[in-house]
Ligand binder design. Structure first.
Ligand code: FDA
Length: 394
């Protein structure tokens, strides 16, 4: 039986970051993972280029039942420190819009940074290992695994969320929390595309492939402005992924199709200048023609000349163009979601080092915790920051 200072379950973003940090502090660290490869989500992230952080990270970029929880770890390990780490390893990267940083060549470069750091810090990484039992000892923990038994003083759970089960996501972390009497908040898919209701699907499916800038808001009033993509199944694109994290089943989303225009003034002006112009042709000046046509039909607007549209229809047009209420059937779920909302209740954890208040030596970091970031590198930044906070724990 091997005994070490720290066992980390999960060789993903948070686990590897924590391992290197603790290793550099002289701790004997063993990382266990049931997968064949470390950091598989890093490899596929950001379309293979890993959006590894963001130049502007703020606590408001995160969803958590206690919005203050993330502040300490994010302040202690700001994105500038991860950028510095990436630069020190000579990894080429680029900044895209909204401060998003991506590896220039491959996400593998980012994983290699972490694996190299772990190597330099003397961390042992053991893959293909199933953990079958965890026992609390008077001092520390005993783990029974497919590769034998291990003991540690500190146990860090970094098993991630439920998104992308085909990449090995499991609810194991939540089960460990429950085993030790910790509260786990209900989980759901976040940063995920929406699916059409059957009625809308028939009409809107032919528009798949069209992308357009919109602003979309939730019932709770959160708004994002970005590109929307119509797909065969429903709505996707960055703006829809963002708002999905704030959407509750059964609620509508509200889409402003022309967020950059003063719609009422622009339409009034057009009507004055070209009174005989048909509504379809008028809208096609601002929207993709095929979309304008189908949208008018869906909203039951007659394709009349502008000067023949009644006062009430004119008002409805302005209102619906800027706040189109759309009821979506649901989301694509964990199969395609980038994150899991909910998880280990942050009230159970110290925001300083991610230790559990009830069980000495037990820690939870990364996505398994009830912290989810916006699209844009924020989820990795949480993985790095919570991993470092935990790795620095006494
Ligand atoms: P992570 O999921 O990385 O690691 C968990 C580890 O635990 C895995 O190695 C897994 O094998 C292991 N594990 C699970 N169950 C286990 C068990 N029972 N026993 C042992 N080991 C177990 N974020 C971002 O900021 N920028 C981006 O570009 C992207 N892109 C992106 C694309 C896609 C397709 C997805 C699905 C997700 C993203 N994300 C992202 C989100 C990001 O990948 C995610 O938030 C982090 O990887 C979370 O890091 P963790 O270390 O917490 O979990």
């Amino acid at each position: 039986m091997q005994k070490v200072d720290v066992i980390i379950i999960g060789a993903g973003a948070a686990g590897l970051m924590c391992a290197a940090t603790a290793g550099y502090r002289g701790k004997q660290v063993l990382v266990l993972d049931n997968a064949k490869k470390a950091g598989r989500k890093i490899l596929i992230s950001g379309g293979g280029k890993c959006n590894f952080t963001n130049t502007k990270v703020d606590p408001s970029n995160f969803l958590c039942q206690n919005p203050h929880f993330v502040k300490s770890a994010l302040a202690r390990y700001p994105s500038s420190q991860f950028i510095e780490l990436v630069e020190r390893h000579g990894v080429a990267f680029e900044q895209r819009k909204h401060g998003q940083l991506f590896a220039l060549n491959s996400a593998k470069d980012i994983l290699d940074v972490l694996l190299t750091e772990c190597d330099w810090a003397g961390v042992q990484i053991q893959l293909k290992t199933e953990i079958t039992k965890i026992n609390k000892l008077d001092q520390g923990f005993q783990l029974v695994t497919s590769a034998g038994e291990y003991q540690c003083d500190s146990l860090v759970v970094a098993t991630g969320g439920l998104s992308m089960p085909k990449l090995g996501a499991t609810p194991f972390g939540y089960k460990i929390a429950e085993q030790f009497g910790l509260k786990v908040l209900p989980t759901s898919a976040g940063l995920v595309p929406f699916t059409w209701h059957q009625g809308d699907k028939t009409l809107l499916e032919p528009l798949s492939g069209i992308s357009m800038p919109v602003a979309v808001s939730s019932v709770s009033g959160v708004e994002f402005k970005e590109d929307m993509l119509l797909t065969h199944r429903g709505l996707s694109g960055p703006v829809m992924l963002q708002i999905s994290s704030y959407w509750q089943a059964g609620e509508p989303i509200y889409i402003n199709l022309l967020p950059e225009l003063d719609v009422a003034a622009t339409l009034n002006e057009l009507r004055e200048q070209q009174p005989k112009l048909s509504l379809k042709n008028a809208l096609s000046r601002f929207l993709v023609k095929r979309f304008a046509e189908t949208w008018l039909a869906q909203q039951k607007f007659a394709d009349s000349p502008l000067n023949q549209i009644s006062h009430s229809e004119w008002a409805r047009l302005g209102q619906t163009l800027t706040r189109w209420p759309l009821l979506m059937n649901g989301t694509e779920g964990y199969r395609t979601a980038e994150v899991t909302l909910g998880g280990v209740d942050t009230n159970e954890l110290s925001s300083k080092d991610m230790s559990t208040k009830k069980v000495a030596g037990l820690y939870f970091i990364g996505e398994v915790v009830d912290v989810s970031g916006w699209l844009g590198g924020f989820n990795f930044q949480w993985a790095w920051a919570s991993g470092v906070a935990c790795g620095l724990s006494e």
